[in-house]
Design a protein around this ligand. Structure first.
Ligand code: GLU
Length: 430
């Protein structure tokens, strides 16, 4: 007989594709639900999102013509509080990707115990080809389309790929114009002068540093003899690399979208990132070997930090990964099909829903500060972030040991257990 914990509810997925992030998320959800023996009602309710919005976004382009963009906001779960999650702009955005990312936000917030549910937004567009004016008009119209569904008590967006503090300022302003008063807590990741939190910009990278420190201690390694490979040099990878370098780690390779650089003796990260910012590529950087993004993942190292995008470690290359610790800076960098292969190799995985949770943790601090109207010093923010990341790392390791499961499965089980508990207490309005 077919297990209750299987078949996708989404009609339009006819075949399970390894690189469909929604399928990766669901197969881990199903496995964790089965191990938890989640009851049938909770299982049925928790495996579907709460709401999926699809909006068309007419935008006046600089040419004077109108272009209509397609955008989404998936609100996955509200059991533990307002939905929370970023908005990404990319030509590759799909509803399935946004669905997966929204669910990951629910599990991520539960793993670090912040009182939010999960959501995610995405707009299909190519921000590299758009002017600032076009981006502003598109962002404002997208925000206007969502205005009834977002807000401090409902759903609180934040930056994600190709969106930033400026994008959040436009959304905050658009929302506030509709509300007829300034509502800073309707988004997080805002500029510090406009209700943003100190330390928010660096928070995802800093959170990675804190969990990597704990993993390194667990394996009795010292930062100075720990070789780290970082894929990505944006807001997550770049900042993580800088902070790890500052903490004494030896960063042996780093990349951007075009490719990477490798030096087994270690790379001067501040210098390499300065070069990247001025020339917009690592190409021509001296004293290093060049490697492709694919080759970079297979380098010999102690800690591998994929901090770029989804589906980097798959059934095709998982057997070639050589790190001891995999710290997932990106959302969904590893497919579900690769999980078992990494486990067999004895790689210690710090799963994305913990490893990159520093961002949403400080988003929560930002939301709290906005609502108090009282702002904390950066050292206070960083200390509270460290407390949260270290406690969550230890909770996860204890949970994995107690249930004799790998850390990925433990993270899903822990998160689903917390959301299930709150859902059960609230009861069903049905
Ligand atoms: N986009 C970030 C993430 O994927 C941050 C979300 C937030 O702060 O709400 O975790």
């Amino acid at each position: 007989m077919e297990s209750m914990y299987s078949s996708s509810y989404v009609d339009d997925i006819r075949e399970i594709k390894e690189e469909n992030p929604f399928e990766s998320m669901m197969s881990r959800f199903d496995r964790a639900a089965q191990l938890l023996e989640l009851d049938a009602d909770l299982y049925a309710v928790m495996r579907v999102p709460n709401r999926e919005l699809k909006v068309y976004i007419p935008t006046r382009m600089d040419s004077g013509r109108m272009q209509v963009f397609e955008g989404y906001r998936v609100q996955h779960n509200f059991a533990r509080g307002p939905a929370k999650g970023g908005i990404r702009y990319s030509p590759d955005v799909t509803l399935d990707e946004v669905r997966a990312l929204a669910a990951w936000m629910t599990w991520k917030c539960a793993v670090v115990n912040v009182p939010f549910g999960g959501a995610k937004g995405g707009v299909i567009c190519d921000p590299q080809q758009m002017s600032l004016g076009e981006l502003e008009r598109m962002t404002r119209r997208y925000a206007a389309e969502l205005v009834d569904f977002i807000g401090p008590e409902k759903d609180v967006p934040a930056p994600d790929m190709n969106t930033n503090e400026q994008t959040m300022a436009w959304i905050m302003d658009t929302y506030s114009m509709h509300a007829r008063h300034t509502v800073t807590a309707c988004v997080t990741g805002k500029p510090v002068d406009l209700g943003g939190s100190s330390g928010r910009r660096e928070a995802t990278g800093r959170g990675l540093l804190f969990v990597i420190n704990e993993a390194v201690k667990r394996f009795q390694m010292a930062p100075t003899s720990t070789r780290v490979v970082v894929q990505g040099s944006g807001n997550v990878g770049g900042i993580a690399a800088e902070l790890l370098h500052e903490a004494g780690y030896k960063i042996v390779a780093i990349s951007d979208v075009h490719g990477g650089i490798y030096n087994p003796a270690g790379i001067d990260i501040p210098n390499a990132l300065k070069y990247l910012r001025t020339t917009r590529s690592f190409e021509g950087y001296e004293g290093v070997e060049t490697v492709s993004n694919h080759e970079l993942l297979e380098l010999d190292c102690d800690v591998l930090v994929p901090a770029a995008t989804e589906n980097q470690i798959t059934s095709q290359n998982a057997d070639k990964i050589k790190c001891k610790v995999l710290a997932e800076g990106a959302n969904g960098p590893t497919t579900a099909a690769a999980d078992e292969m990494l486990h067999q190799k004895g790689i210690f995985v710090i799963p994305d829903i913990l490893a990159n949770a520093g961002g949403v943790t400080v988003s929560y601090f930002e939301w709290v500060q906005d609502r108090m109207g009282y702002f904390w010093r950066e050292d206070v923010v960083n200390q509270r972030l460290q407390d949260t990341m270290v406690a969550s790392f230890n909770d996860l390791c204890r949970y994995a040991d107690a249930h004799s499961v790998d850390t990925r499965t433990a993270a899903y089980m822990l998160a689903i257990d917390r959301v299930a508990y709150d859902t059960r207490i609230r009861g069903f309005y049905a």
